[in-house]
Design a protein around this ligand. Structure first.
Ligand code: CU
Length: 145
């Protein structure tokens, strides 16, 4: 009976996240980083094809963990790079982490959780040789909630 136990654990985690979220708000902007780490994550589905990138939503919250569930429905291997709009293969680097999901095989799904610290316009792109030039990118915006 795994399901009920998992449900209880999820509820406990949700409660903890909610409590930390309130604490973060009460502490004001000084607790931004801590609040971001505890903010309720959002999920966006990303589909890579030969040669397009599509996203289930194009407006995402700033300083919030974003779960990118990236599926390669193409025949070629692809990657997903989160970078500023107009950049070319310059993955965002946040706290020493590069926002780049490499070598996603056809038919497979990769899930990464990335947090964007500043509002702005960004893109998800594939920089396997030639793919970006064939149109493998999509723009999205990151805004305050
Ligand atoms: Cu590609």
């Amino acid at each position: 009976m795994i399901a009920p136990r998992r449900t209880i654990r999820l509820i406990a985690v949700a409660g903890a996240v909610f409590a930390f979220g309130i604490a973060g708000l009460q502490q004001g902007t000084g607790a931004d980083a801590a609040a971001a780490a505890k903010a309720r994550p959002v999920t966006v589905k990303v589909v890579l094809r030969d040669f397009t990138v599509s996203m289930s939503r194009h407006n995402l919250p700033v300083r919030t963990p974003i779960r990118f569930v990236i599926t390669n429905r193409g025949k070629a291997e692809h990657e997903a790079v989160l970078e500023h709009a107009g950049a070319v293969d310059e993955a965002l680097e946040v706290q020493g982490r590069e926002y780049e999901a490499d070598d996603i095989a056809p038919g497979s799904t990769r899930t990464v959780t990335w947090m964007v610290p500043r509002a702005g316009t960004y893109q998800l792109a594939c920089h396997m040789p030639g793919h970006f030039q064939m149109g493998m990118k999509t723009l999205f915006s990151v805004r305050s909630r």
